[in-house]
Ligand binder design. Structure first.
Ligand SMILES: C[S@@+](CC[C@H](N)C(=O)[O-])C[C@H]1O[C@@H](n2cnc3c(N)ncnc32)[C@H](O)[C@@H]1O
Length: 221
């Protein structure tokens, strides 16, 4: 019996990545070519990308929305997982990052099926709902500014169809959620409380995986 989740030593992490990944070439290229970017670590880790692809294929997803696009890793992973007849909605506030994402979408051949909303997501998501997007998405990824996670989650519950997925990244905040302190940024206390709320929220099936910086996967009832 396994009692604890194993922490990964360097050799075990290398082995895990060798055995775990079928990373599409375009995603590997994006990762390698942007590894020098000043905030490259903001991208999903490749094993998280693999999990996203797996989950989208598992539920036969065709419509995906994300809050937090950065240079395009998760949006490209989603488009590849769902195939040509699918739609990706990408919400991000940063022009500099999304100019690069758009050029990666072109390189990946997915620009036709991908739409960018360049604004604060707390503005974009209610606007999509006003336009009739309730229940239209199979999956939403939340991977942006942490203090707004509880707001994004409430929008996600409206935008995602019953039996669709809501995925949240960075739910461990580098481990700090376990021991919140007054000196931490307020996002730590917010996610600490939000993790507890999600655990008890009966509107969703709930699971947290210690993948990347903590990934919560919710299945809307
Ligand atoms: C962790 S990165 C997203 C990584 C991306 N999912 C990937 O796999 O590469 C977070 C992104 O959220 C965006 N962001 C931050 N605050 C935002 C806001 N209020 N509304 C929308 N996007 C925001 C940032 O510009 C940044 O690109």
């Amino acid at each position: 019996m396994t009692v604890n989740t194993l922490s990964l030593s360097e050799p075990l992490r290398d082995y895990f990545l060798q055995m775990a990944l079928r990373e599409p070439d375009i995603l590997r290229q994006l990762r390698e070519e942007t590894s020098e970017h000043r905030v490259a670590k903001m991208s999903l880790a490749p094993e998280q990308g693999a999990l996203l692809i797996f989950l989208l294929r598992l539920i036969g997803a065709k419509r995906y929305i994300e809050v937090g696009t950065f240079l395009g890793y998760s949006s490209i992973a989603a488009a590849i997982a769902m195939g040509e007849d699918s739609q990706v909605i990408a919400c991000d506030v940063c022009e500099e990052f999304t100019i690069q994402a758009q050029s990666w979408w072109k390189r990946a051949g997915i620009e036709q099926q991908t739409k960018l909303y360049l604004d604060r997501a707390v503005e974009t998501l209610p606007r999509l709902l006003e336009k009739g997007a309730a229940g239209q998405f199979d999956c939403m990824l939340i991977d942006a500014d942490k203090p707004n996670y509880p707001n994004y989650y409430e929008y996600a519950l409206q935008l995602v169809r019953p039996r669709g997925l809501i995925i949240l990244d960075n739910m461990f905040l580098n481990g700090r959620v376990a021991t919140p302190q007054a000196s931490h940024p307020r996002s730590v206390a917010i996610l600490h409380e939000f993790n507890r709320q999600l655990r008890d929220d009966q509107r969703v099936e709930h699971c947290i995986l210690p993948a990347g910086d903590g990934m919560t996967i919710l299945f809307k009832r």
